[in-house]
Ligand binder design. Sequence first.
Ligand code: TXT
Length: 410
Amino acid sequence: LALAATACGGDEETAAKSGSGELTGTVTWWDTSTVGSEDKVFKKLAEDFEAKHKGVDVKYVNVPFGEAQNKFKNAAGSGSGAPDVIRSEVAWTPEFADLGYLAPLDGTAALKDEKDFVPQAAASTKYDGKTYAVPQVIDSLGIFYNKKLFKDAGVEVPKTIDELKTVSKTIKDKTGKTGMYLRGDDAYWFLSFLYGEGGDLVDAKGKTVTVDSPAGVKAMEVVKDLVDSGAAKTDATDGWENMQAAFKGGDVAMMINGPWAIADTYAGPQFKDKANLGVAPVPAGSAGQGAPQGGHNLAVYAGSKNLDASYAFVEYMSSAESQAKITTELNLLPTRTSVYSQPDVAKNEIVGFFKPVVDKAIERPWIPETGSLFAPLVTEYTKVLTGQTTPEKGVKTTGDSYRKLLKGWK
Ligand SMILES: C[C@H]1O[C@H](O[C@H]2[C@H](O)[C@@H](O)[C@@H](O[C@H]3[C@H](O)[C@@H](O)[C@@H](O[C@H]4[C@H](O)[C@@H](O)[C@@H](O)O[C@@H]4CO)O[C@@H]3CO)O[C@@H]2CO)[C@H](O)[C@H](O)[C@@H]1N[C@H]1C[C@@H](CO)[C@H](O)[C@@H](O)[C@@H]1O
């Protein structure tokens, strides 16, 4: 039958399911994972799917995280060139869904054991009462620290901003190294400081922009002071590369980062002995302690010509079996509750650290505009850190941009 389906000349894209129920055709998948560390594991999983479904050919395409959102919107919007499946960052998902670019998955083979998904992870896949993706990984931020440098300096991991400054000063005096690398070209790194001062970007319930509240000003003063005081170093561009190089090379004793950075960090000279890497909660500010929730979902393009194979693909890639492999090989966090009790996962030290962090991570409103809040913020964040604007002006300008974006919000 499978032969018949293809032999009758049905173009591969349309011969999604032959009579015997065998899946066939091509599934193009845009993966945004980090090349050189994460991508090979995800690619291998896609190949395992092909081995289970001989009639399906998965076309793996790695699209850089910084380009994929617009690339997908352009392709889906123009109706040509969009992939069948996209790795959709948590904030992209409500936006793509709102634009009509994603296939609703309710009642399809894509959704299996839905109750097994961690609630915070599942939340970003729901929009307007429908499910538009399956959660693949969930993450947050923590302090990564170099245990040897800390030992040489005789210091403990800082729990507060004040301790961060004291510890960094001691590290500098004792080892000559800068305490922390603080990423200055990605506003996601500003969020834990904003939460630490009791602030947030917006109050979605009250439809109020809050980034330019006194807490927002204070948080910008805190990050500016970390750099001006020499406790942290930063760059206006190439933050990922510079942060990883500085930490992996032992030029800084700490950085703030997430589970997606573990694989690349372990490849660094300072962490050949993985035991030299410590991970701890981000430091508390004057009003509390909090880290943001991030992560990625797998979504099916509404215009896919091979929906059946695409549904089966996203189900497989987010299955408990696949998630356990991703955790074991990359230390990424599962989005299925059942996977956390699997023996290998239960003893994974990185998961042991990040799971409690994720459980209390601050959720962002999963509205279409959520992803658009970072571009205006990062411009001002970088300018504050590099002394080109003041904390007050930085958050004010950001707030004004938000009020233009969020029609009718205060
Ligand atoms: C500016 C962007 O703001 C937001 O993004 C937030 C995001 O919402 C936050 O959650 C957070 O994401 C975490 C993420 O959760 C965390 O997992 C990790 O991801 C790892 C992967 O783990 C790793 O596998 C690998 O992939 O690499 C990933 C990245 O390392 O780290 C991420 C943080 O980096 O922070 C993002 C902000 O960066 C918007 O959503 C847009 O992305 C927007 N970019 C567009 C803006 C357009 C102009 O308007 C411009 O024209 C366009 O070209 C740009 O695309």
